[in-house]
Design a protein around this ligand. Structure first.
Ligand code: TXA
Ligand code: MG
Length: 342
């Protein structure tokens, strides 16, 4: 795996992007930063190149990928047509942390869409992703650049831990900003449906298009999700994690109860909560008044606790509003158990 550490040297960066683009055009896999998480890219028009992504990640082949493009013109080349509501959302939020599910015209390889009639398309808003996509001038299929099931990578080191030796290249552009993946929105119906909460919030979407629905499977876990990827176990830390709702006192009680059996407890919490609670190791996600900061630090925290350090991770629950919806969606998937306060 070739690793390029991008910095302020424009000439070096240009050469690195050039080499990375060449690898992609040749059908190899290259990881790159986006504003949400790092992606693992390959030529979306080549079935063999895309197969390399599934291989490197150990990803189930029935889980479709997102095609990344630099411009709206490129986006329209992948779909049968752009519904009016998609036009509006693209205008408002792209480039940015949002992915549109649209009727596919078959321009991408079949394994990108896992045989579905729709395709997920995203225009990322990160200078490295933008520059790379422009240089390649082909759609790039890219899931998050982690081993399937692990937390998504928000730094190049996370990618390196998971995929070193399995991929051709890694562009290190520093930590990503948003920290949770893009919002996936189905635009094939009259009313848009959020399939995965993410960087653009439901409230922001509603301001532009009025009514927005949420896939019932995101609320009721008995339902079959409309997005294939949402049914898999995800974001699992090495050590079991319990998501604990309720007051400081309740969180402390849960910790104290588990400590009786000599378990070492790791705590993941906001600054405010961390101050009030005694655990063996604490990771501070930032102020609970700044859910954006919590989102940005979340996946690094989920990767930080290792077997041997702690026996159980206790994580605080956050309000399910704004970006909090994405945070809680990921935490519920990462958790073995949700502990409610009686
Ligand atoms: O922020 C992001 O979206 C990152 C960066 C790299 O762009 N990418 C990412 O990709 O999170 P991935 O593969 O980890 O998640 C893509 C999600 C999966 O849940 C997948 O099932 C869903 O999008 N998806 C892809 N194509 C779909 C389609 N045609 N219909 C419904 N869901 C689809
Ligand atoms: Mg992923």
């Amino acid at each position: 795996t070739k690793r390029w550490n991008l910095h302020n040297d424009q000439k070096y960066n240009d050469e690195a992007l050039e080499e990375a683009a060449e690898l992609l055009i040749k059908g190899k896999t290259v990881a790159f930063p986006t504003e949400t998480v790092y992606g693992l890219g390959a030529d979306a028009t080549s079935e063999a190149a895309v197969a390399g992504i599934f291989q490197a990640k150990g990803r189930p082949t029935d889980n479709p990928l997102i095609a990344h493009v630099a411009t709206k013109e490129q986006l329209t080349q992948l779909v049968i047509q752009l519904p009016v509501l998609a036009e509006k959302l693209i205008h408002a939020f792209s480039p940015g942390p949002i992915t549109f599910v649209l009727p596919s015209n078959g321009a991408c390889a079949r394994n990108v869409t896992a045989g579905l009639s729709t395709i997920a398309v995203r225009m990322p808003d990160h200078p490295v992703a933008q520059a790379l996509l422009k240089k390649c001038d082909i759609p790039i299929a890219a899931p998050s650049a982690n081993v399937s099931g692990r937390p998504s990578p928000t730094t190049a080191d996370h990618v390196w831990q998971d995929l070193h030796g399995e991929i051709a290249g890694l562009l290190d552009g520093g930590a990503t900003g948003v920290g949770v993946e893009s919002t996936v929105i189905d635009c094939t119906q009259d009313i848009p449906i959020i399939l995965r909460p993410g960087g653009i919030t439901k409230e922001q979407l509603e301001e532009v298009v009025g009514r927005v629905m949420v896939d019932p499977a995101l609320i009721n876990h008995e339902e079959q999700p409309k997005s294939p990827g949402m049914k898999y176990t995800h974001y699992a830390p090495e050590v079991p994690l319990w998501l604990v709702e309720g007051s400081f006192e309740h969180i402390q009680q849960v910790i104290d109860r588990e400590r009786i059996s000599d378990k070492k407890i790791g705590l993941i919490a906001s600054t405010e909560t961390a101050k009030q609670i005694d655990a063996d190791h604490t990771i501070n996600l930032g102020s609970s008044q700044q859910l954006n900061e919590i989102a940005a630090n979340l996946y690094d925290a989920l990767r930080a606790f290792k077997q041997g350090n702690v026996d159980l991770i206790i994580c605080e629950a956050f309000p399910e509003e704004g970006i909090g919806q994405a945070i809680m969606n990921r935490l519920k998937k990462a958790a073995r158990m949700v502990v409610k306060e009686m």
